[in-house]
Design a protein around this ligand. Sequence first.
Ligand SMILES: [Zn+2]
Length: 184
Amino acid sequence: MSRRQQRKLIAQATRDLEDLLTPGSTYRDVCEAVRTLMERYMQRPVLVDYATLQDITGVTALLADGRCVVVVAAFDRWSQRLLVLLHEFAHYLLGHMPAAVDPQDTPHQIAPHLSPRLVQILASRSACVEESDEHAAEQLADELFERTERRLEQEPEDEPPVSDSLARVAESLRAGLNSRGPRR
Ligand SMILES: [Zn+2]
């Protein structure tokens, strides 16, 4: 994929994601919207599994039967889960190859609830990813997350505009909420 095609793909994905959201959407709704988009773009079934993970927050794998599985750390907050899911989606949009899972690794695996052994295998493979790829995915995920937040916070059109001082209070509250811990 050329850089130009890639920029087009990212712009398209951003628009498609925004189209799936309304001001009433919850972070959980957005996670489902992202899964739907991944399915549409990858043209294969995409399963998202929220599980307890060690050392990593998320990983994507292609199963031998053609399905894609995204394992996301089961954070309490759906906003954190969304950020991880967007990070995995970003890897796809940037053309990074997900780990392929050997049929021998997954004799009876069907998400949800991959075995801890399989998750460990996937984690060790994702540890080989280039640092620059991680950085690019992180940036794109942040961008998609911010756009999503803006979309969720949009005022319905018939509401009176918020006064300037109120808007500033909301802004500073949001800045406080946005401070997040490190992630991969
Ligand atoms: Zn990553």
